[in-house]
Ligand binder design. Structure first.
Ligand code: SF4
Length: 66
């Protein structure tokens, strides 16, 4: 079971898609301009999810590890 919990602040996110470049399996900007993301990523994706959070210029991605 995943120990990661991800949330994105929609007010900060400007859909730049840097997160998608770092972790395409976890973050995706849709054609209609929304950000879809995995709220409970699998443990093997941890490093990529953390990289995505670091890459976000708006610091919109919050990652909790439990
Ligand atoms: S990098 Fe940040 S601002 Fe850009 S789409 Fe991802 S969460 Fe949103």
């Amino acid at each position: 079971m995943s120990l990661l919990r991800v949330s994105v602040d929609n007010h900060r996110c400007h859909r730049y898609a840097f997160c998608q470049a770092e972790a395409p399996e976890n973050f995706k900007v849709t054609e209609d301009g929304r950000l879809d993301y995995e709220r409970r990523p699998r443990t093997p994706d941890t490093d990529r999810v953390l990289m995505a959070a670091r890459s976000c210029p708006m610091q919109a991605i919050h990652v909790e590890m439990r």
